[in-house]
Design a protein around this ligand. Structure first.
Ligand code: ZN
Ligand code: ZN
Length: 366
């Protein structure tokens, strides 16, 4: 506690005590430090994890058993004796529940599901073996195709799809058709250089132009392993213009994935004016996969969208949209977002084998 409140650079100290200190950092973020004995770790962690609404529900369940619940312990309302929990699992056990993972703690039905033994089997980071949205120096990425493949392999992935930008996105040095065709050879070379345990697919992140058409004709899209379609421009079109524009891309039989479907950028750019219910229904209808873009400034689709999309039968892809090696580590955020949307491995195509993926993606041309 002494060390914590005697750092060099922070704005102010809000409190300093033996178990509880709070400071405000120079960027305005408040940091609280709690120090309790290990026997109280479970209640402490549970108290400060998940949403307020979830914790209110836990406290209500405790009261029904004649207990109050705080960060220190369960306390008997009758005689004030303490029951300590060293692990979070013990907190839930006392309440008659199985362990509820932090990503589900929102009071969005997880407590009812836990009582019924119907919590979802959540997708985990280790289930992810493919990343289908990766850029290279052919457009605005920072590494070659082979370097991106090697970096992905180092992180335990089995397959990536190179999906560089297309010509309308001049700011990102988007590829024209000739360049796309030349790129194919380099992808093939990289795939061979990587050996049999790793697959490099050739794809594109094709622009959905303001009029709803795509940058490349169907016959060239059909020639690629993976086609991602994205909106990067004219995001402020009114709903009656932007909806048909997006739906047209979803319904295109050569489009496999819609990247960052709402176009939001955190913290300041709002999403496009979409009727997401209709977007999800169209994606389910046409078998088009929607992306959970893992970049922390996107997280798009977001958690609540993921939940609804799954309910409507949409398949999801968790991609990093990596432009350099470090970006692969964004996958963690995409997986957390998917978990918050109750996604299981079966909902997420990045958990499939390369063969299963390719036969699913080829569904429209076979
Ligand atoms: Zn994009
Ligand atoms: Zn991208």
């Amino acid at each position: 506690m002494y060390y914590f409140v005697h750092q060099d650079r922070f704005e102010s100290i809000l409190g300093h005590g033996p178990t509880k200190s709070s400071i405000v950092l120079l960027n305005g973020i408040q940091v609280d430090l709690r120090v309790l004995s290990p026997e109280r770790w479970g209640t402490l962690l549970s108290y400060f994890t998940g949403s307020k609404q979830h914790n209110v529900r836990l406290r209500e369940l405790a009261i029904k058993q004649g207990l109050s619940l705080n960060e220190h312990a369960f306390v008997s309302l009758e005689d004030e004796t303490e029951t300590l929990c060293a692990e979070e699992t013990s907190v839930y056990e006392i309440l008659g529940l199985p362990y509820i993972p932090p990503t589900l703690r929102e009071d969005r039905g997880e407590i009812e599901a836990a009582f019924l033994g119907e919590l979802p089997q959540l997708v985990e980071r280790n289930d992810i073996i493919l990343d289908l949205h990766v850029h290279s120096t052919w457009s605005d990425g920072h590494l070659s195709i082979l370097q991106m493949a090697q970096a992905a392999k180092r992180r335990g992935l089995r397959c990536i799809a190179i999906t560089d930008h297309t010509v309308s996105l001049g700011i990102a040095r988007g590829l024209n058709l000739n360049e796309l065709r030349r790129q194919k050879r380099e992808v093939k070379d990289a795939n061979e250089a990587m050996g049999p345990d790793f697959t490099v697919l050739h794809g594109t992140e094709v622009e959905i132009k303001a009029d709803g058409t795509l940058d490349f004709p169907d016959e060239d899209l059909a020639d690629l392993d993976v086609v991602i379609a994205s909106v990067h421009s004219s995001l402020r079109q009114p709903r009656e213009v932007i909806m048909p524009r997006l739906i047209r891309a979803i319904a295109n039989l050569h489009v496999d994935i819609i990247a960052h479907p709402t176009g939001r950028l955190l913290p300041s750019r709002p999403p496009m004016d979409l009727d997401l219910e209709e977007v999800f229904r169209a994606a389910a209808r046409w078998g088009t996969i929607l992306e959970i873009n893992s970049n922390p400034s996107r997280l798009d689709l977001r958690d609540s969208h993921v939940r609804r999309a799954i309910e409507l039968g949409v398949k999801l892809a968790i991609n990093t949209d990596a432009h350099n090696e470090e970006h692969y580590d964004f996958m963690h955020y995409g997986v957390a977002t998917a978990q918050r949307g109750w996604a299981s491995p079966a909902d997420v195509i990045n958990t499939w084998s390369v063969n299963d993926l390719l036969s699913y993606l080829a569904r429209d041309v076979t």
